[in-house]
Design a protein. Structure first.
Length: 191
């Protein structure tokens, strides 16, 4: 990118060495700024490069393409954890997202997501639970523990049909192998 440099530019319009344009003044004999193709080519390509970097096809009728590009992940990607560069920090980097409710989650800037939730299982079947948020790519693992509020039987949690959206949870009495209705507290990790 460069500033206008024709002989009719308005010298130092924006400060020392920062030339600009003028409409001129015919009465005072001041000509309007002559235009140069290289300046317009530079402006055009600077803008088009941003739009295309966002994966947006140029559209001669579009009036919001530059704004859409600047808001896209393609132009300002979220920084990797520990990135100390001068790149722009997106809101996903600064505040990757969380919900600290009883059924909640925490997103880390590296893409890892931790989720926690409670479920009351049925004594006769597994219970399907939907995660607080969907894992964008994959859920790696779910672990759980039984909350013993004075019950005499130790319970083991089991998990099946693990997906990005949820998991089936069951409970078994550990010393009998029979199903149990129990309150299970779960922790899931994925990205």
């Amino acid at each position: 990118m460069k500033r206008i440099s024709t002989s009719t530019r308005l010298v130092d319009k924006f400060g020392a060495g920062k030339h600009g344009f003028t409409n001129g003044n015919a009465v005072a004999g001041i000509p309007a700024t002559d235009l140069e193709d290289t300046w317009f080519d530079n402006v055009q390509e600077e803008l088009c490069t941003v739009i295309e970097a966002a994966g947006i096809a140029l559209d001669g009728n579009g009036r919001g393409q530059l704004l859409a590009a600047l808001r896209s992940a393609g132009v300002f990607p979220t920084l990797a954890l520990g990135d100390q560069s001068s790149k722009v920090a997106t809101t996903a980097f600064v505040n990757p997202g969380h919900s600290l409710l009883g059924n909640g989650y925490k997103k880390l800037s590296c893409g890892l997501i931790f989720q926690w939730f409670g479920v009351s299982t049925q004594a006769n079947s597994d219970f399907g639970i939907t995660f607080p948020i969907i894992f964008p790519n994959q859920c790696f693992q779910v672990i759980g523990s039984y909350r013993n509020d004075g019950g005499s039987q130790p319970v083991i949690a089991s998990f099946g049909l693990l997906s990005k959206t949820g998991v089936n949870v069951g409970a078994w009495v550990s010393n009998t192998g029979l199903r149990a209705g129990a309150q299970i507290y779960c922790f899931a990790i994925g990205f």
